[in-house]
Design a protein around this ligand. Structure first.
Ligand code: NAD
Length: 477
């Protein structure tokens, strides 16, 4: 059983705590047990974080940054190991895991810029003989609640920026992929950070609710499904906590008739089937405008049918397993739902379900409409819906009809269409001729509408704003 990190101790939860199995999704084997901690363990972690806050928040910025540079070096040393941990218990391909670890470390790179990022501002002589200065202070104990699909990258969106700003942290990794956060915490101690600056409590909804209710927690960063994001936002805000809650997605890829198929087809495959579709930036609905469908469908069908499905640690594999058998079955059930509602099955990946492990192959449904469940609901698996639109206007209206607004992307050779799309599509992350519109660490990451609850997005300068509070000092001598 993996343990919680309370201060510098790796502790088992109190007697009687239940645990859940952690699987290798490529084989279906149980590889670990994760404890389901409750209020007692959460309280111990928050106390350890509060205890460390007094000295950590007063530790010189340059010392905090020196430790962060050391953490960066330790993470680089363990880069391949972290990638293989991700593949082993999440299932994605090793290349996808490497990409995830790299994107995560980039937030650590960004956090190393704290001496610049944490600066305030001043205005002398704002009125006769009076100066005003703005200083940034940490907010206190912050908590991070990531989802299962990026077990290394998403925790790294959270605690490096929080701690470099002088906060202390409690991380509650996903109970389905807890091993990434666990290793990140071990390496954090190895880098030399003091005990209590980062604590880890494993668990599920019970641990989250205990964090929401704990008066010692000042700020919560959450990433996960839309209903839980709303719950976390509502409960945290009701208790006066600062909260950023990133939710689910139903991302549209608009394809104009002038899009170059050589670029567009591989991009759609990457967007829809990369990470087995378990990405909040996965393209879920390809909206073919006008004649685009005629150009797209055959090559899409051919290429999707040829994608190599298998264990993520095997060379040449393009689509790994889904996270759990139940999730795979839920995703597969959308194929029946879609065809029952009138969609046409173009590629059926269900043949892969007979393999050992939690597999489902790339699947494509055509003639999907926004009214169908497959056109409307987040599926979070390798199922691509193709919808038709007469005009760009109609395609944008289809994307904007979704209650979610995480990512949207367009493929076109027309600057005018690209610009129109950028101006009018309601998605916090928008792409033009790119499959995945992922902001880098120094830009803010988040969706709009039902994909996000809060106002400050994660990482970038929004991250610094989120993890600091401002004090203005008015001085007259
Ligand atoms: P999830 O909502 O089931 O779980 C997320 C976290 O919330 C986990 O740590 C889990 O332990 C906790 N949790 C689950 N149910 C809870 C409940 N009832 N009460 C309190 N806490 C609860 O999400 P998931 O399945 O792990 O991740 C997939 C979802 O995350 C998808 O919807 C995906 O779109 C979304 N996601 C969004 C982003 C983004 O940036 N917007 C990024 C990655 C994933």
């Amino acid at each position: 059983m993996i343990r919680n990190l309370i201060g510098s101790d790796w502790q088992m939860p109190a007697d009687g705590a239940v645990s859940l199995p952690v699987f290798n999704p490529a084989t279906g084997e149980v590889i670990e047990q994760v404890p389901l901690s409750g209020a007692q363990e959460v309280d111990a972690a928050v106390k350890a974080a509060s205890g460390a806050f007094a000295s950590w928040s007063r530790t010189a910025v340059m010392e905090r940054v020196r430790l962060m540079f050391r953490y960066k070096a330790v993470l680089e040393e363990h880069f391949e190991e972290l990638a293989s941990i991700v593949t082993r218990h999440h299932g994605k391909t090793l290349d996808e895991s490497r990409g995830e670890v790299r994107r995560g470390i980039e937030v650590v790179d960004f956090a190393c810029g704290a001496p610049t990022l944490l600066q305030g501002r001043t205005l002398r002589d704002v009125s006769g003989g009076v100066d005003q200065d703005l200083y940034r202070y940490p907010v206190g104990v912050c908590a991070g609640i990531p989802p299962f699909n990026f077990p290394v990258m998403i925790p790294l969106w959270m605690f490096p920026l929080a701690v470099v700003a002088g906060n202390t942290f409690v991380l509650k990794p996903s109970e389905r992929t807890p091993l990434g956060g666990q290793r990140l915490a071990e390496l954090f101690l190895e880098a030399g950070f003091p005990a209590g600056v980062l604590n880890v409590v494993h668990g599920a909804a019970g641990a989250v609710d205990a964090l929401l209710e704990n008066p010692g927690v000042s700020a919560i960063s959450f990433v996960g499904s839309a209903p839980v994001a709303k719950h976390v936002y509502t409960e945290a805000a009701a208790r006066g906590k600062r909260v950023q809650a990133l939710g689910g997605a139903k991302n549209h890829i608009v394809v104009m008739p002038d899009a170059d198929p050589e670029i567009t087809v591989p991009a759609i495959l990457n967007s829809a089937f990369g990470n087995a579709g378990e990405r909040c930036l996965s393209g879920s609905v390809a909206v073919a405008v006008g004649k685009a469908a005629d150009i797209l469908l055959d090559p899409l069908r051919d290429a999707a049918s040829k994608m190599v499905v298998g264990p993520g640690d095997q060379p040449g594999v393009q689509v790994g397993p889904l996270i759990r058998a139940e999730h795979r079955d839920r995703v597969a059930s959308y194929v029946e739902k879609g065809t029952a509602e009138g969609a046409q099955l173009v590629v059926d990946g269900r043949g892969e379900m007979s393999r050992q492990g939690f597999f489902l192959g790339p699947t494509i449904l055509d003639r999907v409409t926004p009214q169908m469940a497959v056109g409307r609901e987040e599926i979070f698996g390798p199922v691509l819906s193709v919808a038709r639109a007469a005009t760009l206007e109609d395609a944008i209206a289809q994307a904007n009809a979704s209650s979610l607004g995480n990512m949207a992307t367009i493929f076109t050779q027309s600057g005018r269409a690209g610009r129109e799309f950028r101006e009018r599509v309601e998605a916090g992350m928008t792409g033009i001729n790119v499959p995945i519109a992922q902001p880098f660490a120094f830009f803010p990451f988040s969706g709009w509408k039902g994909s996000f609850f809060g106002d400050l997005h994660v990482h970038g300068t929004d991250g610094i704003e989120f993890y600091t509070r401002k004090k203005v000092v008015v001085t007259r001598w």
